[in-house]
Design a protein. Structure first.
Length: 202
């Protein structure tokens, strides 16, 4: 997956920009706010999501990774494709969308073109539990991982979480393999990952 792009803006429209990356121009569909920030000739970074269809590959770009994540998440709801997902994120940023889903604020969701009251209720039903993954989550904060001077700990924990383990399980597994790192500072992350997985399997 293409997570982000950084390049020179060669062209821009109301809902798209073209970024020049070392001579290759990539057209990215954007929210109006993101497109409005584009300035031809200037460097721009966009967080991206690649949508693959049988007859097309389309990049969608956003100012913030949280809005990109919101775009991806709403598409997990039945009947929501990229076009409607982009409309949702264009009207409601990740924080406002998360709040609307958690509080079942149908009126706010209905402010998105193409979403009626029935559609808004369906979004709440399917995405309310996932809303904690969006935005800043003021009423449902996620514990931040402590800053550490040992990058391997964070890399290992992120890898385990990427495989589906909870942050608590990941931290516990990291602690379980810390003695291996202390005994051999040169031990590879792959070896630590295998040891951590073995500890989680017990």
């Amino acid at each position: 997956m293409i997570s982000h792009l950084r390049g020179t803006v060669s062209a821009a429209g109301p809902t798209w920009v073209v970024l020049d990356l070392a001579g290759v121009g990539l057209r990215v569909q954007c929210t109006p706010a993101t497109a409005a920030a584009a300035r031809p000739g200037e460097t721009m970074t966009v967080e991206t999501s690649l949508v693959v269809r049988e007859d097309s590959l389309t990049l969608y770009g956003f100012d913030r990774a949280t809005d990109r994540d919101a775009f991806d998440l709403v598409q997990t709801a039945s009947g929501v494709g990229p076009r409607l997902a982009m409309a949702i994120v264009s009207v409601l940023d990740a924080d406002r969308l998360a709040a609307a889903l958690r509080t079942e604020d149908l009126a706010t969701l209905c402010s998105v073109p193409g979403i009626g009251r029935k559609g808004a209720a369906k979004l709440v039903l399917e995405l309310r539990e996932k809303a904690v993954l969006l935005g800043s989550g003021e009423d449902a904060p996620s514990p931040a991982r402590p800053t550490t001077a040992e990058p391997w700990r964070e890399q290992l924990a992120e890898g385990l979480e990427g495989l589906g383990w909870s942050s608590r399980d990941a931290e516990r597994a990291v602690e379980s393999v810390a003695p291996l790192k202390e005994e051999n500072p040169e031990v590879s992350l792959g070896v630590l990952m295998r040891a951590a997985l073995r500890s989680l399997a017990h």
